[in-house]
Design a protein around this ligand. Structure first.
Ligand code: PGA
Length: 249
């Protein structure tokens, strides 16, 4: 039985004072051991979020990182900067990073390797555009994203990582994938992991759905056999997030 994992991707929202307020609102309701709960605030809020949640089961994740250790990369954040302050997870390859910051499957694969070197658990995002879905090529496209992201990643690491299936047309649009659509792709992702690794690894890997998840649709999504939680954007910034966590229990 895979433990559900619900992560809140705060994106470019929440100044430090707002982050403090939001954590105050969410902390008690999200403090459970029935599901893994992760808050992913902007970089500048990470240390504060780690401090404010240290007496709870809530873990903190970053939204991105560079694959280099250090050096002349103005504006970037290294894996050791994240791990040293107690960051546990890192979202890699979110579609907004791919679209606006030119991230590629290859750079994401480099980041996955580096994350593990520093004890960070990657949440690897994948997902198709609306055009790809209309053309019926979403599964082929996502299989390729997963294969490249996992290139040369050993089985013992793959079993611990998280894959988030986020159809781009469902992100921030209020247009959630049906549970059947989400289940079909999450199943296909598990299948591709099973082609690359022993079946016990494919059985262990946790696959989230993301894209307009809210307190109303979470229950139905979480009832699907291959959906092990959610990566939540907009609804992670309000009390609704607590209801989403409850749906996972
Ligand atoms: P959304 O974002 O829940 O606001 O659609 C999800 C995401 O981008 O991770």
């Amino acid at each position: 039985m895979r433990k559900k994992i619900i992560a809140g991707n705060w994106k470019m929202n929440m100044t430090a004072s707002q982050a403090k307020e939001l954590i105050g609102l969410l902390k008690d309701g999200c403090n459970t051991d029935l599901a893994d709960v992760v808050f992913c605030p902007p970089y500048v809020d990470l240390a504060l979020a780690i401090e404010l949640t240290k007496d709870s089961n809530i873990a903190i994740g970053a939204q991105n990182m560079h694959f280099e250790e250090s050096g002349a990369f103005t504006g970037e954040i290294s894996p050791s900067m994240l791990s040293e302050i107690g960051t546990k997870y890192v979202i890699l390859g979110h579609s907004e990073r791919r679209e606006y910051f030119n991230e590629t499957d290859i750079s994401i694969n480099k980041k996955v390797k580096k994350a593990f070197e520093h004890g960070l658990i990657p949440i690897i995002c994948c997902g198709e555009t609306l055009i790809q879905r209309e053309q019926g090529i979403e599964i082929d496209f996502i299989r390729q994203q997963i294969k490249i992201a996992l290139l040369d990643i050993p089985a013992e690491q793959v079993k611990d990582l998280i894959i988030a299936y986020e159809p781009i047309w469902a992100i921030g649009t209020g247009k959630v994938a049906t549970s059947a659509q989400a289940q079909a792709v999450c199943r296909a992702i598990r299948q591709v992991v099973g082609e690359l690794y022993p079946s016990k690894i494919a059985d262990a890997v946790r696959i989230q759905y993301g894209g307009s998840v809210n307190a109303k649709n979470a229950n139905e999504l979480f009832s699907q056999p291959d959906i092990d939680g959610a990566l939540v954007g907009g609804a992670a910034l309000k009390a609704d997030f607590i209801e989403i966590i409850k749906a996972a229990n």
